[in-house]
Design a protein around this ligand. Structure first.
Ligand SMILES: *Cc1c(COP(=O)(O)O)cnc(C)c1O
Length: 475
């Protein structure tokens, strides 16, 4: 299995190099040169298997022999043993044709764990084989830092430093990061804003000598292995509902387009997906694209579903690559225009090709609250977090739009966060504050460890240098 860049000007790489590289050298994103194919019989054979076994079968072709099957199976089993539900990603039925796929049973209660728990282990495995170490550095506004920390904690060959803006994350968010006391985990509370944190991380990456010295790396949402790990639950959910003998549609609360692109990949591999519904909050750049064929940047508005508050969906470039006939220079030209003018467009034919599979819907703040409330008071009341509520709203809109979803198809809404991660919105909607699940119920009694640093590049650089075991080895 070989991987090519969406911009066509970076080296073609194998799985291990793509894993460690993240972004391609030409600024593009890596995609498989061709998609592995699963026949209806091979899909049927996944029915009833444990999640980890489905995961091994679906992901193995992407490794191209880089990791032996037995070794990979051990890594995958270890990964999903950290989830606190036997099904890993269980389905819950909401009404006669709508199900919720709960992706939040991992250590940080958000769907990012499904991919990041595997990514951390894969990094460690490949680095050990190569005798290398890396230092992961990232900035967080609070939402995603903990998933990266949980992915890297206790890894032999990985150190992680996460910067968060001091006093500007919620107590739950901060504690999910700072109570991880593993010796390779380093939390920095920066005296500044989230933008300051991001600027400092960018500056670290731009210093070539520093980057090489500490083996600087990232686990961001464009890493191919994250997409690969997310393809698995589309197969698992679809076969549980009768695929390949029954069509299934999915609705995905979308931000960076990584999750829904994984569904696109599952369909390219042979899974009979009827429709992919992209749910957007008020930051609706994607819904506007599917309505018009134009991607037009707009300022970001903060919403109840902060993990979807985006201006640019970075993984959309992977779909664009296919819409433009896998022409890397055409993708480069669109991205250059997007950067310069804040917009690019596809032709009507290219848009129609996308609309064969995709549909986009926007769900605003009032609707989000109404959906949380209505779902909680419906018979068999069920508590949605605000991101999942956007998905449930988009799914309902798609189902009531004639011709969008096949009448015989089951609709699966991806639930991307546990309601206890967003207790204020849920309490406001339902009058009840959702409690933390058992694995986090003592979060407020746990010891915290963090270092407060000024908004100063030299200070942050020397902090990272002092904590990086890669730098120690390279000294
Ligand atoms: C990251 C995230 C999303 C968006 O997923 P993308 O893959 O970026 O589209 C949605 N909901 C939650 C809770 C998230 O953490």
């Amino acid at each position: 299995m070989r991987y090519v860049s969406t911009r066509g000007a970076a080296p073609v790489l194998g799985f291990e190099d793509v894993l460690l590289a993240g972004l391609a050298r030409d600024g593009g994103l890596y995609v498989p040169e061709s998609w592995p194919q699963f026949s209806p019989d091979e899909i049927r054979a996944l029915r009833g298997l444990p999640y980890a076994e489905i995961a091994v079968r679906v992901m193995l072709p992407f490794l191209g022999g880089a990791i032996a099957e037995d070794e990979f199976r051990a890594i995958v089993r270890d990964t999903y043993a950290t989830f606190d539900h036997a099904a890993v990603t269980p389905l819950v039925q909401l009404d006669s044709r709508t199900w919720v796929l709960e992706l939040f049973h991992g250590p940080t209660l958000a769907f990012k764990d499904v991919a990041l728990q595997l990514l951390g282990r894969l990094f460690d495995h490949v680095l050990a084989k190569r005798g290398q170490r890396v230092t992961i550095v990232g900035a967080t506004s609070g939402d995603t830092g903990s998933a990266a920390i949980e992915a890297c904690r206790d890894r032999e060959n990985v150190d992680i430093v996460i910067l968060h803006p001091q006093g500007r994350t919620s107590a739950v968010q901060r504690r999910q990061m700072t109570t991880v006391l593993s010796s390779n985990v380093h939390n920095v509370a920066l005296e500044g804003t989230f933008d300051d944190c991001q600027d400092l991380v960018k500056a670290l990456f731009n210093d070539g000598a520093f980057r090489d010295r500490v083996g600087l790396s990232a686990v961001n949402s464009i890493n191919w292995a994250r997409i690969m790990a997310q393809i698995v639950y589309y197969f698992a959910a679809a076969v549980a509902l009768g695929a390949p003998d029954r069509k299934v549609a999915f609705t995905v609360p979308t931000g960076n387009f990584g999750n829904v692109y994984a569904a696109y990949g599952a369909r390219a591999m042979g899974l009979p997906i009827d429709r992919l519904v992209v749910g957007s909050n008020s930051n609706d750049i994607l819904a506007r694209f599917f309505a018009s064929g134009s991607m037009v940047m707009a300022p970001v508005t903060p919403t109840l579903s902060p993990s979807m508050d985006i201006q640019i969906s970075s993984n959309f470039e992977r779909l664009l690559f296919d819409l433009l006939g896998r022409d890397g220079s055409a993708v480069q030209a669109s991205m250059d225009r997007f950067r310069a003018e804040g917009r690019f467009a596809v032709t009507p034919d290219q848009l129609n090709a996308a609309l064969v599979l995709f549909a986009g819907y926007r769900v605003d703040e009032t609707q989000t609250m109404d959906i949380i409330r209505a779902t909680a008071t419906a018979s068999g009341g069920y508590t949605l977090d605000p991101h999942t509520a956007v998905g449930v709203g988009a799914a309902a809109a798609a189902l009531s739009d004639a011709g969008v979803v096949d009448d015989a198809a089951a609709m699966v809404v991806l639930s991307t966060a546990h309601p206890a991660k967003f207790p204020d919105a849920v309490e406001q909607a339902t009058g009840r504050r959702p409690g933390l699940p058992p694995r986090l119920s003592d979060l407020f009694e746990r010891e915290e460890r963090l270092t407060v640093l000024p908004n100063d590049l030299a200070e942050v650089q020397s902090f990272v240098m002092g904590r990086s075991r890669a730098a120690g080895a390279n000294a």
